[in-house]
Design a protein around this ligand. Structure first.
Ligand SMILES: Nc1ncnc2c1ncn2[C@@H]1O[C@H](COP(=O)(O)OP(=O)(O)OP(=O)(O)O)[C@@H](O)[C@H]1O
Ligand SMILES: O=C(O)[C@H](O)CO
Length: 599
């Protein structure tokens, strides 16, 4: 049998459309076919359906022939051949499902379950074993910590002696209202829940919680194990200013810094220098107990010393660095005397912390959930939903204007039926570093898109993550994800509409984008026309940062992404769904419209 025969079998099989193979075999087969250039040039795999059900004998024979022809798999794999009802979800439904999958992968209880294994009377974390002898204590601070604590208590059982967590004001009531009971502690829990930091700002309640956490940590002995649960928002929930700095003084410095546009790196570098518990202070207080920190990251690159200002990561404070940050935002002259005094003391502070050590008195810091885990999970699901997944980058930052331009260019690059103009790639390479995307990642992605376009690989799901910024120029209601989606919608203007054209989604994994009820939005090339038909002013909306109001009105608000509060936070997820470009097989009578399908 030669490739021509194989091709007709494959074509026949693809066009049956009602039958499919398990996703594992689908992947194997697809990989095998991609590996054979003679076949690669002729087939578009966007039509490989998916989903699983009962065995279907008639398909086994042609598949066996394909596989044996390609010298790869044995017939054993064919026992997985199944019959199915083809699921043809719309692009939009799949975009929403992929976002839900990304969020699901980083649910606080799920990440703790994956990160902590109970083996008899010990916990296994990051490959290390910690003996449990009714010696486990727990503290935590951050927006996702309630769900993490509930799961940790379920795993540790009676070995948990006691715990204190500092969580956002009103979170228990909110989670109850959203039916997220698995994220709440049971009535007889040994963990004390302390709510504070209203509007994400350190306050007296959060300071009291920090004192209780410090107290618990300071009472531990070398026989004890302290589990520290950390997630985004932890800095505001663990305020412990170094005396004589008052909470108000510290808050005033950080508030002015944030207002002046300081990055989270700059902000937390300053916070660490003014705090008793940040920058390794908590681990210092807990010494000589063994400390294990489970971290759900909300900072690009997962820097341990910056997430929640690194209370379990020994970090030396360099006053010169802190002063230079304050100077760059013109704050150094107006500092309170107490802050100047503390900065005058210098570093190092915590000599007794043995980092990454599993021995007594050591500290293990481990990231159990992050944006990249969310993207990976969405990528796996994308494959099941018929896409070829490509992760562009998890470090997207910078102004939403530049970010939206990059996605617009990527969409044009991928959708072009002809060789894209070199200026397109050049502009992307220029923009990439501006928005945190490495040139290498861009080149890799362009190569995948280019090959997909030339060889008909089918629909692509381009995934990215991070936290871009919006320059606020107006007083409207919106968030960075909605504004990004709106801007990408404008970039896609003039391109084909889904299902033939691209679709973009941007969503905050916490379910709340800025001060709005939506997490983000879904847009495509039709947005501009829809807005015009409804008499909505897109330019005015952008000037006033009023994306939420706009998206609530346009097409009855159906473009909004509103999953409700998710109880987790690993920054944002971006998704560009790129349908396949139909390819024609030259001089092939079978290459009619049946092969020109889109996902
Ligand atoms: N009207 C608006 N339009 C666009 N963006 C806005 C608007 N109002 C606020 N923002 C942006 O929303 C961001 C704050 O939103 P959000 O509360 O989702 O922050 P976050 O960074 O996700 O917080 P955390 O990481 O603590 O959860 C800020 O970056 C701010 O610039
Ligand atoms: O709490 C904080 O410092 C921010 O959410 C970053 O982790």
């Amino acid at each position: 049998m030669h490739y021509g025969q194989a091709r007709s079998i494959i074509t026949h099989w693809v066009h049956i459309q009602l039958f499919t193979i398990s996703s594992q075999i689908c992947e194997t087969l697809t990989n095998v076919l991609f590996a054979v250039p003679a076949l690669r040039a002729h087939f578009s795999f966007d039509q490989i359906p998916f989903s699983l059900s009962t065995q279907h004998q008639p398909l086994q024979q042609p598949m066996a022939r394909i596989l044996s022809l390609l010298h790869s798999q044995t017939l054993v794999t064919l026992t997985g051949v199944r019959r199915t009802v083809v699921c043809r979800m719309s692009l939009e439904a799949r975009a929403r499902e992929l976002f839900a999958t990304a969020v699901e992968a980083v649910q606080p209880d799920a990440v703790v379950r994956r990160g902590v294994e109970r083996k008899d009377d010990s916990l296994v974390i990051d490959g290390r074993t910690f003996a449990l002898r009714n010696n486990l204590h727990l503290v935590g601070f951050g927006k996702a910590v309630l769900g993490m604590a509930a799961e940790a208590e379920r795993i540790a059982g009676d070995h948990l002696v006691k715990g204190v967590i500092s969580v956002p004001h009103g979170i228990q009531e909110t989670l109850r209202c959203h039916g997220k009971s698995q994220m709440l502690l049971k009535d007889n829990s040994r963990i004390k829940v302390m709510e504070g930091a209203k509007h994400n700002l350190p306050d007296g309640d959060a300071q009291h919680a920090a004192q209780c956490i410090k107290q618990l940590a300071s009472e531990l002995t070398e026989k004890d194990l302290l589990l520290v649960l950390i997630s985004g928002g932890g800095s505001a929930l663990l305020p412990a200013p170094i005396p004589p700095i008052s909470l108000e003084e510290k808050h005033d410095v950080t508030r002015r810094l944030a207002g002046a546009g300081a990055t989270i790196q700059e902000l937390n570098t300053v916070r660490r220098a003014l705090s008793l518990l940040k920058g390794g202070g908590l681990a210092h207080v807990a010494h000589p107990a063994q400390v294990v920190a489970l971290i759900l990251s909300d900072v690009i690159g997962d820097p341990l010393d910056l997430i929640a200002s690194g209370p379990t990561v020994r970090t030396d404070v360099w006053p010169e660095e802190v002063i230079s940050i304050l100077q760059s935002y013109k704050l150094s002259d107006s500092l309170p005397a107490s802050v100047k005094e503390v900065l005058g003391r210098g570093s190092p502070r915590w000599e007794n912390i043995k980092e990454e050590s599993a021995g007594k008195g050591g500290v293990l810091n481990t990231v159990i959930g992050s944006n990249s885990i969310a993207l990976k999970s969405a990528g796996r699901r994308a494959r099941e939903l018929g896409f070829r997944p490509v992760v562009l980058s998890g470090d997207v930052c910078g102004d939403v204007k530049a970010v939206s331009r990059l996605y617009g260019l990527l969409a044009r690059f991928a959708s072009s039926r002809e060789e894209p103009a070199p200026e397109l790639a050049a502009e992307m390479l220029r923009l990439g570093p501006e928005v945190g995307v490495e040139s290498w990642d861009l080149c890799r992605t362009m190569q995948v898109l280019d090959e997909g376009r030339k060889e008909g690989w089918g629909a692509t799901c381009l995934l990215a993550g991070g936290e871009p910024t919006v320059e606020l120029t107006g007083k409207g209601r919106g968030g960075r994800n909605q504004e990004l989606a709106l801007r990408v919608g404008l970039e896609l203007r003039g391109m084909e509409l889904p299902p033939k054209g691209p679709m973009f989604l941007s969503g905050g994994t916490d379910g709340q984008d800025g001060p709005t009820d939506a997490a983000g939005a879904i847009t495509d090339g039709g947005l501009w026309e829809e807005a015009r038909a409804q008499g909505l002013d897109v330019e005015g909306t952008l000037k006033d940062n009023d994306s939420f109001t706009f998206l609530s009105k346009v097409s009855g608000g159906h473009r909004l992404l509103s999953p409700g509060l998710t109880g987790t936070n690993v920054m944002d997820v971006h998704m560009l769904l790129l349908p396949s470009i139909p390819i024609r097989i030259p001089n092939d009578p079978e290459a009619d419209d049946r092969s020109l399908r889109y996902m």
